[in-house]
Design a protein around this ligand. Structure first.
Ligand SMILES: [Ca+2]
Ligand SMILES: [Ca+2]
Ligand SMILES: [Ca+2]
Ligand SMILES: [Ca+2]
Length: 456
């Protein structure tokens, strides 16, 4: 009688009270309960627990589980392989037997679970020293013990082990262009040498914007301040913000120049008052921040008259339409386009800071002009002509709307949206700048938009 038989017989008689001689064939093997066998890839021996089987006779225990694995007798859960998917269950006609819930065909590494029910926990996972290691993913033991992945602590990079091979995981916008882990992900994909991908260089004169080579044109921005009587209460508190959050960041962008002009109304009753000007030039686009700040702070406090005002005329002037005798032209440097004094080849942007709705502008809905002027000579410009001039001169129009919420402001903004539609611009080019706290948000957004226009 073998030792196995004795052990099985004792287990039967003391723990289970069974007396069947079937248990003579319980196989030799490591004590169950603590599976401390070193991970290996050798399959279980034929007949032992976890060995593949088609019928009961192939198993030492004479019991083949429905999943096609040999079982064995057990007394307690701990007498089966020490994995959560193995349990000691009473099988009808057999008594307590080890049963396994198969979790997959592959035994995943180092998780203490015998997913494939072959009775070996984490088989195939090597140990490196005492540590169970998944050499497919371990950055210390990648593809084998003590094969660390290089690149830790290098710029824009993290070492990574995938399928047992080391590679660098690069931060967004960077790549390992030189193939050397020690330099990390040194390739800046927003640079003109690696624009969008390693080795993709931009042509001379191009810039790399968001991973694409682009020809960046200079940008001229004119801040057009609405200065009728109703607007002073919005302009005054916004002055520091316009200086620090609009002018300063725009001048910090390469080859962006900024100018300031003003708009109010024709000095004709009932539209406006004596001294009003539909357009008053301040300074042409330039880079002198001090001068620009002064042009904003010392804006002319003009008047107005009725509810609508003369901004359409001012936009026409900036777009090069003949200037009205009641307006005051900008003084342009040599070589600049008349009206807005734009540089040749520069993109052109007007930032209109206003609380008004505009005479001779478009109706928000339907055809015709909004509140058209009557009896002013020479005749003021209207949206039809100004739209054409702005389109011909490729002038972008951005609104900073200070009109308060409510019917009047909503009517004005509906007109702005119609103008943006006519210009082929998105509705998002209308920036809410009311109440005063929103001027900062609006200015930030306008700067971002102008940067985007620059890269278009
Ligand atoms: Ca296994
Ligand atoms: Ca496992
Ligand atoms: Ca590198
Ligand atoms: Ca008016």
């Amino acid at each position: 009688m073998s030792q196995s038989f004795l052990r099985a017989a004792i287990a039967c008689s003391f723990l289970l009270g069974c007396a069947s001689p079937v248990r003579v064939f319980v196989q030799e093997g490591p004590e169950v309960g603590v599976d401390s066998s070193p991970p290996d890839t050798t399959p279980p021996k034929a007949g032992e627990v976890g060995a593949p089987c088609f019928k009961d006779d192939e198993c030492a225990s004479k019991f083949c589980l429905p999943i096609g694995r040999c079982s064995r007798e057990c007394s307690l859960p701990g007498t089966c392989p020490n994995s959560t998917n193995w349990t000691c269950r009473v099988i009808a006609g057999r008594g307590p037997m080890c049963d396994c819930d198969e979790l997959g065909l592959v035994d995943l590494a180092c998780n203490g679970i015998d997913e494939n029910c072959d009775g070996k926990i984490d088989d195939g996972s090597p140990k490196c020293g005492e540590e169970c290691v998944d050499t497919n993913t371990s950055i210390k033991h990648c593809g084998g013990c003590d094969k660390p992945c290089p690149g830790a602590g290098t710029p824009n990079a993290e070492p990574q082990c995938a399928m047992g091979s080391c590679k660098l995981k690069c931060a967004t916008g960077f790549d390992d262009c030189d193939g050397m882990p020690d330099t990390g992900c040194e390739g800046d994909l927003n640079s003109t040498t690696h624009c969008g991908m390693c080795g993709k260089a931009c042509m001379t004169g191009e810039s790399c914007v968001m991973g694409e080579c682009k020809t960046i044109l200079p940008v001229d921005v004119t801040i057009l301040l609405g200065v009728t009587g109703s607007s002073h209460m919005y302009v005054d508190p916004a002055i520091p913000t316009l200086q620090t959050k609009l002018v300063a960041p725009l001048l910090a962008v390469p080859d962006v120049q900024v100018g300031v002009s003003y708009t109010s109304e024709f000095p004709t009753t009932p539209y406006g008052s004596v001294g009003d000007r539909p357009f008053q030039g301040g300074g042409e686009p330039a880079t002198d921040g001090m001068k620009l700040n002064m042009l904003i702070a010392s804006y002319p406090k003009l008047f107005g008259g009725d509810a609508s005002d003369g901004m359409i005329e001012a936009l026409g002037t900036l777009a090069g339409r003949p200037i009205h005798p009641t307006s005051l032209a900008l003084t342009c440097s040599a070589g600049r386009a008349p009206g807005g004094c734009w540089r040749t080849g520069a993109k052109r942007v007007v930032v209109l800071f206003t609380d008004d709705i505009f005479h001779n502008g478009p109706n928000a809905v339907g055809p015709g002009l909004y509140d058209p002027y009557m009896g002013i000579a020479p005749a003021p410009q209207d949206w039809t002509g100004v739209l054409k001039a702005m389109t011909d001169n490729k002038i972008f129009l951005l609104f900073m709307s200070t009109a308060p919420a409510g019917t009047m402001g909503d009517q004005a903004r509906a007109q702005y949206r119609r103008m943006l539609t006519d210009l082929g611009q998105p509705m998002t080019d209308l920036f809410m700048a009311t109440p005063a706290a929103e001027v900062t948000t609006a200015a930030d957004a306008v700067v971002a938009r102008i940067k985007a226009i620059r890269g278009m």
